[in-house]
Design a binder for this molecule. Structure first.
Ligand SMILES: Cc1ncc(COP(=O)(O)OP(=O)(O)O)c(N)n1
Ligand SMILES: Cc1nc(C(=O)O)sc1CCOP(=O)(O)O
Ligand SMILES: [Mg+2]
Length: 371
């Protein structure tokens, strides 16, 4: 262990007539000091990041299991923070304390706070793994294991967040091709929209990818969920929250294999049998419709309000009434038992999408207050 104050000069020092020989640090010792400082700083960084995530699991989600996993990891990190590493700390001499990125001073949503801190923990653990090899090989191994455990925690927490927001979402905007796509969507997000689906049946893939990326970014800023219609590959490419499939699209089991358990899968249904099959297959939500005939989905016969009432009594997962729903008939759909609706034209063709979003949400929240 090296605890001396750094001094690399080769001079003798006189103190009150007593000659004290100050030994210089060897180059090896200097490097060791640097390694200790790196380990000290990154042990702190990992622990702080874990505490930030833990607070959300505990107070935001009331999820004892996730909070406990954060605490366990935090304690394991702390175990490696030995006095000799702490003693190497030199905060005034650390140029890094002044360095902040503007993005660190502002966060758009809880999701950004969580993502930034997961990134911080994972980076810190990677640094600990590499420099730990120069200190204690067991520490390096332990940090590698912890990094993988943090990846698992991140995936469970983000999946949990997605499901929570899905259950809370009452209004679902499904887009149609439009010159003002981004403006319309942003206006709806400003009105309180928390669930968006990108649907374009004709765009070529490069435009599809470009628009999906931009919409995902917008949703990220507003803390809304972003779903891609039909295309699992596009959903994965833009890191969407999930995909919406129809009865003729890719089978749910295949989509689940590709997307994993933490992303959302929605499925369109038009009758009881499709609803029961969808639930059995483990989809996260279903579309229930078309309630009314609609030019947005030409040729699909309306199911009417009967199927809405059936869903209200029998569907155990979130479901969205869809098809021809607007500000004039939303109360009929709500009276038939719907708590959630999905719309295309009502918002994509609205002159004031923010106001229409607010109105539709106010009607949906009227019966049952916002969860
Ligand atoms: C929420 C929601 N419900 C139903 C659909 C329709 O899906 P699908 O039957 O696959 O038809 P297309 O949208 O792909 O034409 C949907 N997209 N969203
Ligand atoms: C995309 C879609 N799917 C439906 C289904 O019932 O599966 S109805 C629909 C279109 C809904 O559009 P609008 O709100 O403009 O009527
Ligand atoms: Mg489809």
């Amino acid at each position: 262990m090296v605890t001396r104050t750094y001094d690399n000069s080769h001079s003798d020092e006189s103190t009150n007539g007593v000659v004290v020989m100050v030994e210089p640090y060897s180059q090896k010792e200097q490097i060791q000091q640097v390694v200790y400082r790196i380990l000290d700083a990154n042990l702190d960084r990992a622990r702080e990041g874990l505490r930030i995530i833990e607070e959300w699991c505990r107070f935001g989600l009331n999820n004892a299991q996730l909070a406990l996993e954060c605490k366990r990891l935090r304690q394991e990190v702390a175990k490696w923070h030995t006095p000799e590493l702490r003693a190497a700390r030199d905060t005034p001499g650390d140029p890094g304390t002044e360095l902040t990125h503007p993005q660190e001073e502002q966060r758009a949503s809880i999701k950004s706070v969580l993502q930034a801190n997961f990134c911080r923990i994972e980076e810190a653990l990677r640094v600990l793994e590499e420099y730990g090899k120069l200190y204690h090989p067991t520490m390096a191994k332990a940090c590698k294991q912890m990094r993988y455990q943090v990846y698992t925690l991140e995936s469970s927490l983000m999946g949990h967040q997605r499901h929570q927001l899905l259950w809370r979402s009452r209004l679902y905007l499904v887009t149609s091709p439009s010159e003002t796509l981004l403006n319309n969507v942003e206006a709806a997000l400003k009105g309180g929209l928390t669930l968006l689906q990108y649907r374009d049946k004709t765009a070529d893939d490069s435009l599809r990818l470009e628009q999906a990326r931009k919409l995902r970014q917008l949703c990220h800023i507003y803390g809304a969920l972003f779903i891609v219609n039909d295309r699992v590959d596009v959903a994965l490419a833009v890191d969407a929250d999930g995909v919406h499939l129809g009865q003729q699209d890719m089978p749910v089991t295949v989509a689940r294999q590709l997307l994993g358990s933490q992303r959302l899968i929605g499925l369109s249904t038009t009758n009881k049998e499709e609803m029961q099959a969808a639930i059995a297959e483990g989809v996260d939500y279903i579309g229930v419709g078309p309630v009314y005939e609609t030019p947005t989905k030409v040729g699909k016969a309306a199911t009417g309000l009967e199927y809405v009432s059936y869903a209200a009594k029998n569907c155990s997962i979130p479901w969205f009434a869809i098809g021809g729903i607007d500000a004039n008939n939303i109360n009929d759909v709500i009276d038939a038992g719907a708590e959630r609706v999905a719309v295309v034209r009502s918002l994509m063709q609205a002159e004031q999408p923010t106001l229409v979003t607010q109105y539709l949400l106010s009607q949906l929240n009227r019966i049952k207050p916002e969860p």
